[in-house]
Design a protein around this ligand. Structure first.
Ligand SMILES: [Zn+2]
Length: 278
């Protein structure tokens, strides 16, 4: 893994370089843990690019958050400026115009987003996009991929910080419910709209990702019983049988998964309803 730097002001280079050591150690350890947990290989990381905030959000990408991965080139991009991340998340909350106490409670959570947290929850997520399984899944399984990329590092984090991980998921679902009047029925069934302009809207962008994370967690932990390896193997097998166009893939996938694990129909319906999967 080589490091590269992208900066708009020369003084930021030194700050980025100072974070390299910690990131390098973290990534190496996490790759091992993810491979052990899933039995899938993580593709080699060719370059880990550290960006300053303007480079990540104005020069090289238009995503509302400054982290993304290009799996086919083995490149992870990440801005390690923790205050910027906190501000993005806090801006999202403030846009919702909530009653003061609800807003205060939500905002408090983001003060914990220091570099350690970003490595666990953001870099961990990006790293999981390099898992070989995602090369074999058909187009249209976007939210499952995103959801698994949240699930896996959080599952590892929960071994040492169980309460924090619980808090993250709860915080996300609170935001999903508070965001409803802004996203106007935009739910998991619309997830692939993330490739469209809608995803420049921070509320919709985060709402989609929070839903994907929580739906995948519920699917793996509560519906299938926590065996993530089994779910991933089933996903690979089931998706090789899917012939539908991308917009129908998630529907067929979830149906087949329920059949394969012989799961309760009522559970199936309530899962589909809760996250409005179709
Ligand atoms: Zn992702």
């Amino acid at each position: 893994m080589k490091f590269a730097y992208a900066f708009t002001e020369k003084k930021n280079l030194h700050k980025l370089e100072q974070k390299k050591g910690q990131i390098e150690v973290f990534v190496k350890e996490l790759v091992g843990k993810i491979e052990k947990l899933t039995s899938y290989k993580v593709r080699p990381i060719e370059y880990f690019v550290l960006h300053d905030f303007a480079s990540a959000t104005k020069v090289h990408s238009h995503y509302p958050v400054p982290a993304w991965t290009t799996p086919e080139r083995g490149v992870i991009n990440f801005c390690p400026e923790e205050k910027r991340w906190q501000n993005i998340m806090k801006t999202n909350v403030k846009q919702l115009n909530l009653p003061e106490s609800a807003e205060r409670n939500l905002l408090k959570h983001y003060d914990q987003w220091n570099l350690d947290f970003l490595l666990d929850d953001v870099v961990g997520h990006e790293l999981c996009h390099l898992l070989e399984i995602f090369e074999n899944l058909p187009d249209g399984m976007d939210w499952f991929e995103e959801g698994l990329c949240f699930y896996l590092p959080r599952r590892i984090l929960s071994e040492t910080k169980k309460e924090l991980v619980k808090e993250i998921y709860q915080q996300e679902m609170k935001l999903v419910s508070y965001s409803q009047r802004w996203v106007k029925g935009h739910f998991l069934k619309d997830f692939s709209a993330y490739r469209t302009k809608l995803h420049n809207n921070l509320i919709i962008f985060l709402n989609d990702y929070h839903l994907a994370a929580n739906a995948t967690k519920e699917l793996v932990d509560e519906i299938v019983g926590g065996d993530v390896r089994e779910v991933m193997q089933a996903a690979e097998q089931v998706s090789s049988e899917i012939e539908e166009p991308p917009e129908q893939v998630m529907k067929t996938f979830i149906q087949k998964l329920f059949e394969r694990f012989n799961l309760d129909q009522e559970k199936f319906r309530s899962f589909v309803r809760k996250f409005r999967i179709f």
